[in-house]
Design a protein. Sequence first.
Length: 95
Amino acid sequence: MLVIVIYVNEQEVRSISSRVWGQRIRTLRKSRYLTQQDLADAIAASTGDTLHRSAVAHWETGRHEPALRHRRAIAVALGCPADLLFEVPAEVTAA
């Protein structure tokens, strides 16, 4: 029997998580017929922050993670529980 062990460091886990979260954000946003600017405006209205479309684009591509204060606002705007939207994939945590 061949056993393959894959070690990932914390930075790799964060990178994978960011890409998965970004895919979820994009899929939900598009399913609700929202533009990136629409989502940015909804989050800004909820948090009182100034937020640009490019921030949403960076989240969706996994380039950046949303700040903690934005995660709940994203979930509310997309109609999805935050714990489901931002959970870490099991295959990543199992390694």
